[in-house]
Design a protein. Structure first.
Ligand SMILES: *Cc1c(COP(=O)(O)O)cnc(C)c1O
Length: 420
């Protein structure tokens, strides 16, 4: 992955040693490479240009304003799944007409905000939601452009918690129901059905499920058009995986080829919604070793980052490579658990991981933490949110300062009927 390099035995992000950032900002800290994000965006947009597919960055992967702004500067639109993300995308300057809104439980307030902003497309996930959106739009004298999120019943072959395209998942409506939905939308004032969308899961390493999905989208798009519906767009979702073990992930050129083969001749506007693929490998979580605890059967490396900072290992069995920031070429000293200080057995960053001998005070880099890292963090155990840093060549900036613990305490209110 472009952006991270070992120089003089130490890990650097572009031209900035991680040790410099740790000294000045402290740990734990998320560090992202702007160059790596740009390179990923360029690779994807170059691959997709011939098929004319737009890129809507899935903001939930990393919603820092600087990251959204960087991708907006590159030309990305945004895929949002909440009113909060809509506000973030707008605040980062993403044009409203390049924003799509997905999610199974949009509230009336969120729908109203998106209508007021004039977003490009609502991806609707159920019939009740269609009725609700039509009602909200009518109350404003507006018309909402909608896509139907269909569930193609395709197995994305990814982790159970991030698969979304099987019949039993809560997302979308069974693809066979699309004609019923388009017929109902045609009867309703306030909505105009223009798209089919599908997002079958996340961290897909095999592209075949995409092909199966596109084949089904194609059949349904042709059927809907034959019935006279004004379908103009296909939203192909996100989910492109990255190589968490350091391997090459799926190739965007190969994805583009499948899009061209299955959908290229339809004359429909196409869009994709990648999140992880653009930012995942462009970030690390930097942690400092607090102490090393040699248990009866295990070496526990206790670090100052924890599950509240990066929950993927315990939530999804997510694998993140972990490496010392200095003296990178030391030999392994057997397996270790890398754990945080939180009072939960689920608080680990790695289990049974071959790791060199490390000492208290050393820095460790948890790789590929640019997506679903900082955005999923919490303040459990009264641990303030970790800061985020963006590196760009020789320059770097704190894009979210460390939250002071006073800010956490200051959020609470003690009623006056509790004694002081
Ligand atoms: C989460 C999500 C995405 C992005 O998923 P990635 O795996 O990060 O690419 C895209 N579209 C929708 C509707 C999503 O919910």
């Amino acid at each position: 992955m472009q952006g991270f390099e070992i120089r003089d035995g130490a890990l650097a992000v572009e031209n900035v040693p991680l040790t410099t950032i740790a000294e000045q900002v402290g740990t734990p800290v998320f560090v992202y490479s702007a160059g790596a994000i740009r390179a990923r965006y360029r690779a994807l947009s170059d691959a997709l240009a011939p098929v004319g597919a737009a890129i809507h960055y899935a903001v939930k992967a990393n919603s820092n304003q600087a990251v959204i702004s960087l991708l907006r500067e590159m030309g990305a639109g945004a895929d949002v799944v909440s009113g909060g993300e809509l506000a973030r995308a707008l605040a980062a300057g993403v044009p409203a007409d390049r924003i799509v809104f997905a999610g199974v439980g949009k509230t009336r307030e969120e729908m109203a905000a998106a209508l007021d902003a004039g977003i490009h497309l609502f991806n609707i996930e159920s019939e009740p939601e269609l009725e609700m959106l039509a009602e909200v739009a009518r109350s404003k004298g507006a018309t909402a452009r909608v896509g139907l999120r269909v569930n193609p019943d395709v197995d994305a072959k990814t982790h159970a918690k991030i698969t979304t395209g099987k019949a039993e998942n809560k997302f979308g409506v069974p693809i066979e129901r699309a004609p019923v939905f388009f017929a109902r939308a045609a009867e309703l004032d306030g909505v105009e059905a223009v798209a089919l969308s599908a997002h079958i899961g996340s961290q897909l390493l095999d592209l075949e499920p995409y092909r199966q999905t596109y084949v089904r989208l194609r059949e349904m798009a042709l059927a809907l058009r034959a019935e006279g519906y004004g379908l103009t767009q296909l939203d192909l979702g996100g989910g492109l995986g990255i190589g968490y073990h350091g391997q090459e992930g799926p190739d965007p050129q190969a994805l583009a080829a499948i899009i061209r083969e299955e959908l290229g001749d339809l004359g429909l506007e196409l869009a994709v919604e990648p999140g992880r693929w653009l930012v995942g490998a462009a970030g690390v979580l930097l942690a400092r070793v607090i102490l090393v605890k040699q248990g009866v059967t295990k070496r526990h490396v206790v670090v100052d980052a924890a599950m509240n900072d990066l929950i993927r290992p315990t939530l999804y069995d997510g694998y993140h490579r972990i490496q010392p920031v200095t003296g990178c070429d030391r030999p392994d000293a057997g397996p270790a658990d890398v754990v945080g200080p939180i009072c939960e057995s689920g608080d680990y960053l790695a289990k049974d991981r071959p790791l060199p001998a490390v000492e208290a005070g050393e820095l460790l880099a948890v790789r590929d933490a640019g997506a679903y890292g900082a955005v999923m963090s919490s303040t459990y155990n009264a641990r303030p949110l970790a800061p985020e840093v963006l590196v760009d060549g020789d320059r770097w900036a704190v894009i979210r300062p460390r939250q002071p613990v006073e800010a956490l305490i200051g959020l609470d209110r003690v009623p006056d009927w509790i004694g002081r």
